[in-house]
Design a protein around this ligand. Structure first.
Ligand code: ADP
Length: 485
């Protein structure tokens, strides 16, 4: 039973607000769902970041009430129609007119529990006033995880939403929304829910548990990650609870936006190319080598990394393997920003190995495109990866990914050695420096044979991870949820 009306609730969506991958997904998936045939609305906080961009939003509702605990809180609602989707903005200056979305350099905002509990209730209140009782409310991450809980447990909600089903998407299980129990009265949740079977989690209140326990179905952003999170290694202590819901957990890979990431149309890169004009890719490589003032030998394999410099991304493995990589005969460029300890080591290595290592610490969209285009290989030694985008961008740019076989990396890259006729990259199973270097060395061996390497690049560039495919899978899942009692 195809859904006709789908509402998304999220804490960010590009171009209105973005801190990372969630913003990209929420900026693309709703449009793809609308193209697949449903009427789609997206609820977002009206942040300062959104206000400053001066979209022509229309005031839709004034003085809408949310009752949280003992307090009545009022907000207004704006609407903006964008690429086939109604974007609704919850306007509450006290909570959202701030410099950052979740917190600044000094840490998370201390009232995040209240801000996002309010947002979750405000979504439900707005829907009631607008008289929209959707088939599906699609919630994302801990910030909207209370919606399924409020829908089932707050008085009167189910009367208005008798047929509405909730889907809860986990984009990254590492972020859980954990708060001290003293927040409970202020967010309208009775103390009786502060038990391990409900929302308590090792001495704190867990918002993500509300989503896991009370949604009608759950999904993660790749099939492999939907299995990974059921294990002690990747479950962050929630594996037991997730196992108890395993029948309702699905995996749907994110798409990527080929209007932005396509070497045929990319405005950021030196020379555009496609799988028939790969000589142009060599120009992009020259461009990168000269920007970073590195050894200009075009035949020396060049590896790239564009990443948050965080533990999750295996930056420690990269650093440990660095001299090994150089000894294997390759050069490396790194674009990243994040933990100071990694930034420091990478900077110092680049001063030592100027010819073979280029490092840019910072966030730079344009350089990211140039690196994707200019490198021969792309390295992802991530400890875990719910989906991962760069390996998919790399495939499109004919930049062969070498990845730890977890989560989305497992699902999107086919190992060349295991499947020479279908392979698109190189994978290794157990994450350590030895296995990582072995996989890079396998890639270099193939790289030496220009004909085989070219075939590999062409195949990689033909892989299709467009949003259309993912939207189709979401529509199927929504349909399945609707018929299930
Ligand atoms: P995550 O969301 O875990 O950081 P993803 O691979 O899902 O990882 O998405 C990260 C996105 O951010 C990619 O599009 C990547 O290119 C981009 N990115 C990460 N770091 C940088 C940077 N320093 N400069 C430019 N883009 C970056």
């Amino acid at each position: 039973m195809k859904p006709s009306n789908v509402i998304f609730a999220a804490s960010e969506a590009a171009p209105f607000s973005k801190t990372g991958g969630l913003g990209d997904v929420m900026g693309s998936l709703p449009e793809a769902i609308s193209l697949a045939g449903a009427k789609v609305g997206v609820f977002l906080p009206y942040y300062r970041q959104t206000r400053q961009q001066k979209f022509a939003v229309k005031l839709l509702l004034k003085k809408v009430k949310v009752s949280l605990g003992q307090r009545d809180i009022y907000f207004s609602l704006y609407r903006y129609f964008h690429r086939g989707v109604d974007f609704y903005f919850i306007n509450k200056k006290d909570y959202f007119d701030r410099e950052y979305l979740y917190g600044g350099p000094l840490g998370d905002y201390s009232d995040n529990a209240l801000r996002f509990a309010f947002f979750s209730q405000a979504v439900l209140s707005s829907l009631k006033v607008l008289e929209i009782s959707p088939d599906i409310i699609h919630c994302n991450e801990w910030q909207t995880a209370l919606i399924p809980f409020y829908l089932k447990k707050s008085p009167g909600q189910k009367d208005f939403f008798p047929e509405t089903k909730t889907l809860f998407t986990v984009h990254n299980l590492a972020y859980q929304g954990l708060f001290p129990s003293k927040v409970l009265p202020g967010i309208g949740i009775e103390q009786s829910f502060y038990i391990p079977e409900e929302l308590e989690f090792y001495g704190q209140v867990s918002f993500i548990k509300a989503g896991i326990l009370y949604s009608d179905a759950l999904n993660t952003v790749s099939e492999a990650y939907s299995r990974d999170i059921l294990t002690g290694e990747f479950g962050f202590g929630l594996e037991g609870l997730l196992q108890s819901r395993s029948k309702d957990i699905y995996g749907i890979i994110n798409g990527i936006d080929y209007s932005k990431w396509n070497p045929e149309t990319d405005n950021f890169i030196k020379v555009r190319y496609n799988n028939k004009s790969l000589a142009n890719k060599a120009e992009c490589k020259r461009d990168i080598l000269s920007r970073f003032k590195m050894e200009p030998d075009i035949n020396r394999p060049l590896c790239g990394i564009i990443s948050r410099l965080a533990q999750q991304k295996g930056i420690d493995i990269l650093i440990k393997s660095f001299t090994g990589l150089i000894n294997l005969g390759c050069s490396l460029v790194v674009l990243g920003k994040g933990e100071e300890r990694y930034e420091r080591v990478l900077r110092s290595l680049s001063q030592q190995y100027t010819r073979y290592l280029g490092v840019h610490i910072g966030f730079d969209e344009s350089l990211a495109h140039k690196i994707e285009a200019g490198c021969d290989m792309y390295l992802m030694p991530s400890y875990f990866e719910p989906c991962g985008l760069n390996q998919m961008y790399s495939l499109k740019y004919g930049t062969i990914p070498v990845v730890h076989s977890v989560g989305g990396l497992e699902d999107t890259v086919i190992d060349y050695q295991q499947n020479p006729s279908k392979g698109t990259g190189f994978k290794f199973r157990i994450l350590n420096s030895y296995n990582f270097l072995k996989a890079v060395s396998r890639a270099i061996e193939i790289y030496k044979d220009k004909r085989i390497w070219k075939n590999l690049m062409v195949r990689a560039m033909k892989a299709d991870f467009s949003w259309r495919n993912s939207a189709f899978k979401y529509m199927k899942l929504y349909g399945k949820m609707r018929v299930k009692k």
